[in-house]
Design a protein around this ligand. Structure first.
Ligand code: NAD
Length: 491
């Protein structure tokens, strides 16, 4: 396994030689150590990315030329998909089939943006119709420059792909910092980039602590654009820091997403989507539908089936067959989620199932999937993101009440509605104040479709053509096309 920094096309040790521990969340054992970059390493990485952008010509390549590199990266990831997926399980704890999806999606993301890079050759320029025929004008899309990308631990390689693929497609160069808990697959991405001959400095990967390496990227004058996925408080600090030198910034932050279930649904299907919406990836999903609102006519019946199925979930090491719920990513995360459940109980909520360590698991950051009912609307459990396998379930009487409860949040990342009445489902979808809305499902995510939040869930959109726009500036080029004097003083 790799443990050095990847800077300017070379594997290098950090200047100060620091390390971070990599822990297997299923066993609590030390897997290895990785390099902890400091501001000195980040400075070298940013300078390499600057040179690759300003002088070596990455942005001057045609989109089709960049697309070849992106497709080669996609193929390189796929060539070792299973090996990378196993590393993801070791590092993050998620069940292998989910890790395998993530790695396939990450490769698909590079393919998708290869296509958009090719299209840029045709659509980067747009002629602007002017009322004054003495001029012609066009708008030209150009890459922003050096992108500093900072990502969390819940989808380690996929989050890297969501940032690196559109940035490289646009013609930007990148300094990426993965989360300190889960850096192994980002280092594999660097290895793939190296193998396929991506020019030096185009992609630099610096591992290390957020407050040190992450902060150094945010503060570096040579970075033109910050792309961040992570928690709200850190996102807010990054936006404030970006304001100092007007860096472009896109933020994908947390959520407390609602799932409204009407009384005409198939209860079995609703239960499966509710469970998937909160228990996949151990609930460590920014868009997890963690507040489930169920029409009172089916509330008791649905809750009973939800508890029954939740208690059947196979918990275990993500590498074991049939496991649906692995350990949480870290000791800290486990402690925070357990504290949130205890806080909910103290506030008056009922723990209808779960809430404790599963029997027979003395080691590993395991937690039984948890259902909370009677959660007070002003309690942290209802209002704050828990980021674990914990769902709050509440009954509602009317559509209006359900929409009010759903939108009563400072977040607005995602929302879901389930009903056989398509007109009602569309009406509720339109009323949600959220960036991603699912009808009759929860969580399916497509590289082609925009991803991002309203309100405190973030700013900007990733994925699809919106993801490419994140890394592009618009330049106006206007030409005076007549021989006649302008007429300001020459008449
Ligand atoms: P976090 O904000 O603590 O860390 C995210 C990244 O930022 C890590 O790489 C970390 O090292 C770095 N970082 C931390 N402090 C920093 C600083 N001062 N300057 C620069 N970088 C810094 O979040 P986390 O605990 O890793 O992830 C969980 C959070 O991420 C949740 O709140 C979740 O909702 C959110 N998330 C959102 C999305 C989305 O698409 N909207 C996706 C995944 C996770």
């Amino acid at each position: 396994m790799r443990n050095e920094l990847y800077i300017d096309g070379q594997w290098v040790k950090p200047v100060k030689g620091g390390t971070c521990d990599v822990i297997n969340p299923a066993t609590e054992e030390l897997i290895q150590t990785i390099s902890a970059a400091t501001a000195e390493d980040v400075d070298i990485a940013v300078k390499a990315a600057r040179r690759a952008f300003d002088r070596d010509g990455w942005p001057k390549l045609t989109g089709a030329q960049r697309a070849k590199y992106l497709r080669a990266i996609a193929d390189g990831i796929r060539a070792r998909q299973s090996e990378i997926a196993k590393l993801e399980v070791l590092d993050n704890g998620k069940p292998f089939p989910e890790a395998d999806w993530d790695i396939a999606d990450a490769a698909g993301c590079f393919d998708f943006y290869a296509g958009l890079a090719e299209e840029l050759d045709k659509n980067a320029e747009e002629v602007i119709a002017l009322a004054d025929d003495r001029f012609t004008s066009k708008a030209v899309k150009e890459p922003i420059g050096v992108a500093g990308a900072i990502i969390p631990w819940n989808y380690p390689l996929l989050m890297a792909a969501w940032k690196v693929a559109p940035a490289l497609a646009a013609g930007c160069t990148v300094v990426l910092k993965p989360a300190e808990q889960t850096s192994l697959t980002a280092l594999e991405l660097a290895a793939v980039a190296d193998e396929i001959g991506l020019p030096a400095g185009v992609l630099n990967i610096v591992t290390g602590a957020g407050l040190v390496a992450g902060q150094a990227i945010v503060d570096h004058k040579g970075v033109d654009k910050l792309a961040f996925t992570g928690s709200g408080p850190v996102g807010s600090k990054i936006m404030a820091a970006a304001a100092r030198d007007i860096k472009r910034v896109s933020l994908e932050l947390g959520g407390k997403s609602p799932f409204v279930v009407f009384d005409d649904v198939d209860i079995e299907q609703a239960v499966e989507w509710i469970m998937f919406g909160i228990f996949w990836n151990q609930g460590q999903v920014c868009s997890a539908t963690s507040r489930v609102l169920v029409h009172e006519a089916i509330y008791e019946a649905l809750l009973a089936r939800l508890i029954e199925e939740t208690e059947k979930i196979t918990i275990g090491n993500g590498m074991d067959d049939g496991v649906l719920l692995g350990p949480l990513v870290s000791k800290r995360q486990h402690e925070q989620v357990v504290a949130a459940i205890e806080g909910a109980s103290k506030a008056g909520a009922i723990v209808a199932c779960g809430g404790t360590r599963p029997e027979g698991f003395d080691k590993g950051y395991y937690l039984r999937p948890t259902i909370l009912t009677d959660v007070p609307l002003d309690s942290d459990a209802w209002v704050e993101e828990i980021f674990g396998p914990v769902v709050c379930v509440k009954p509602f009487k009317t559509e209006e009440e359900a929409i009010d409860l759903a939108n009563d949040s400072r977040f607005g990342l995602a929302a879901a509605v389930m009903s056989k009445d398509d007109i009602r489902a569309e009406r509720v979808a339109a009323a949600f104040r959220a960036g991603i809305v699912w009808i009759n499902c929860s969580q399916p995510t497509f590289t082609e479709a925009p991803w991002g939040g309203y309100k405190e869930s973030g700013i900007g959109r990733e994925l699809g053509r919106w993801g490419l726009e994140n890394y592009l500036e618009t330049k106006q080029i206007t030409k005076y096309v007549t021989d006649k004097p302008w007429g300001w003083y020459i008449k």
